[in-house]
Every structure is written in structure tokens, then in C-alpha cells.
Design a protein around this ligand. Structure first.
Ligand code: DP6
Length: 321
């Protein structure tokens, strides 16, 4: 058995749309923060005694996810590989817009590659994780991560290490339920039907450059402006798809208002939202307590989770069960 851990990552410049569905290659680059306190742990065991792959998530058999996990293991180890028993544990809600597939596939490729005795480097593992879930490639890397893509492949790298800019993230949980439409399906619908999709893709390099330069200069205000703008553009593409894709609820909007009130009071904070109703507020360390307090008391917020920047996926241990 081999156990690996990966943390989810939160994109500030989003991945929304694919250039190649078969290889799961994103249409554009993206930029994200790898978290530290939220995690997924994957225990992978290959068996010599035949049978089929088995997957449990937080102790319960999970059939909907199994096909994606098996396909990922086939790409990693070849289709003639032995069957695997995979146990996944996460300390945060899964399939609820908290990037649980990112941490899950980053941890899966890391554990399975080690269990199979392979010596793939981080970039090779990132490509394997990305083929399963585009955002998962970024969770192989620590700190602030940029993913670039061409027609052949993706590349990911850390642009700012964990201790180089101690950003804090406060996640407001507004609903625990799994999302109604998967991100993959929603992206296809956006590309096929939103009149804004072309403009979204065209401006991504511009937003990436603005975010990269803000990060390098530790310019929080500029990072805040481009991140909120990029998030709202992605959601505008979703909203203008047919049928419309709306992941927000009333508490999501209330949290956005809370963040803007804090900004008006001079607090260094901004929001971002992914394919779900949770709001992620990014702030400087001195503002964290105030941001957490304000979001906790926003109507409809169930609880908040706090995080800093964290490490990339890694093996925690291996040996006989
Ligand atoms: C809104 O990585 O879940 O979180 O490649 O189809 O598995 P697939 O999509 P996924 O999409 C993530 C979308 C997002 C934005 C982001 O993380 O960049």
C-alpha cells in the first residue's frame, strides 16, 4: 500500500474550457494557490490476485467516480496493470466546488506511481493528473502555481514559494450538496453556447500576465482586481450558456457583498468562486481574523475554513498493510 496526500488549489485566473477533449487539454493557461489545511489522502494497493478496481470515498463504495479513476490508472500504468483497491479520504466537502477532484487526482497519480515502483518526475505526474482533471495538474506544485498549455501538453510550475508571500484563504461554505452539473460538462456547454466564450479565451493571456506581474511584485491590490474580474468573467460565460449554468445561491452573493464592504473599509481581501456556491476570500495575514468573522456572520454561511499556502502532492508512506 502507498498513501499520498494532495491539497486542493484555488484558481485566481481560471481554467474554463478545453482545446482537446480527448486529451483533456485546457483552452488556456491558469494561475492558482495550493492550500494547506484542506487535503485528500489516497491509499492505493495493487493486488496480484485478479478482480476489478475498487474505490471508496470517505469509507463508502463510490461507483460514479470509479471509471475516471480506473482510466487514470490505465494511462499511468498501462491497460495490462493489476487491479487496484483505492481508498480516498478528504477532510472537506467533495464535488461541491472546492476543487476536490484536483486534490484527488493529484494524490492518486502520486500514490499509484509510487505503488507501481515508477520514477516519474513531478511534471510527468502533473500531466497524468491533468489528463484526468485539468485543475489537478496544479496540485502537484506548492505555493502560487502557473499552468501553461500548448497544442501538445501542459506544463505547471511554482512561481512563488509557500513562504515568499503568506497569503491567507478563508473559505465560506454556503452549501454542502454536490454540484448539479460537473465542471467538464458545464465547460462543453459554455464553449458550445455562450456568446462570450470566444472573448473569454482571447483575454486569458492578458489576465494571466496581469496576475503574474502582480504576484511577482506582491501587489495585492492589482492581484485582487484581476482575480475578481477573471472570476466574474468565467461566471458570466456560465450564466450566458444555454441552458444557463448558475452555481451561486443567495449566500454566495451575500458573501461577495461582505467582501466588498470589507474592501471599502480598507481591508486587503478579494473573492473568487469556482464551479459551486462556496466563496473563497483571499487576504493578507493581518486581515484574516476580521475576514473570517465577517464571513461567518454573513446570512446563509454554514461555516468557514481557513488555510494558508501549502505543499504540492507527496507520498506520506508505504509498506505492508
Ligand atoms: C472552475 O479541473 O474540475 O475550478 O478537467 O473537466 O476535470 P475537468 O475540470 P476541473 O475544472 C476546474 C474548473 C474551475 C476553475 C479552475 O480550477 O481553474
Amino acid at each position: 500500500m502507498t498513501v499520498a496526500q494532495a491539497q486542493p488549489n484555488i484558481a485566481l485566473i481560471k481554467y474554463w474550457g478545453k482545446r482537446d477533449h480527448a486529451r483533456n487539454l485546457p483552452a488556456t493557461g491558469s494561475l492558482s494557490l495550493t492550500l494547506d489545511t484542506l487535503w485528500t489522502r489516497m491509499d492505493v494497493r495493487f493486488s496480484d490476485s485478479g478482480g476489478a478496481d475498487r474505490l471508496s470515498v470517505n469509507g463508502a463504495e463510490d461507483t460514479p467516480m470509479l471509471a475516471r479513476v480506473s482510466a487514470c490508472l490505465d494511462r499511468l500504468c498501462g491497460p495490462g496493470r493489476p487491479p487496484a483497491t483505492i481508498a480516498s479520504t478528504a477532510n472537506f466537502p467533495v464535488r461541491a466546488g472546492l476543487a476536490s477532484s484536483a486534490s484527488a487526482f493529484a494524490a492518486l497519480v502520486t500514490a499509484a506511481s509510487a505503488a507501481a515502483g515508477q520514477s516519474r518526475d513531478r511534471q510527468a505526474l502533473a500531466r497524468m493528473a491533468g489528463a484526468a482533471s485539468g485543475s489537478a495538474a496544479r496540485s502537484l506544485y506548492p505555493g502560487i502555481v502557473e499552468l501553461t498549455v500548448d497544442d501538445e501538453q501542459i506544463s505547471a510550475r511554482t512561481i512563488i514559494a509557500v513562504d515568499e508571500w503568506p497569503l491567507r484563504i478563508v473559505v465560506a461554505i454556503t452549501a454542502d450538496a454536490a454540484k448539479p452539473v460537473s465542471s467538464g460538462e458545464a465547460m462543453s456547454r459554455s464553449a458550445a453556447t455562450s456568446p462570450f466564450y470566444g472573448a473569454w479565451v482571447e483575454r486569458q493571456d492578458h489576465d494571466l500576465e496581469a496576475a503574474r506581474s502582480a504576484v511577482r511584485r506582491r501587489d495585492f491590490e492589482r492581484l485582487a482586481a484581476v482575480s475578481e474580474h477573471n472570476c466574474l468573467k468565467m461566471h458570466s460565460v456560465m450564466w450566458t450558456s444555454r441552458p444557463a449554468i448558475v452555481y451561486w445561491n443567495a449566500a454566495t452573493v451575500a458573501c461577495m457583498e461582505t467582501v466588498h464592504e470589507l474592501q471599502r473599509a480598507g481591508v486587503p481581501v478579494f473573492f473568487t468562486i469556482d464551479a459551486g456556491p462556496q466563496v473563497k476570500a483571499v487576504c493578507l495575514p493581518d486581515a484574516e481574523a476580521r475576514v473570517a468573522e465577517a464571513l461567518s456572520s454573513t446570512p446563509g454561511v454554514q461555516r468557514v475554513m481557513r488555510s494558508g499556502l501549502g505543499e504540492g502532492a507527496r507520498v506520506l508512506g508505504s509498506g505492508d498493510p
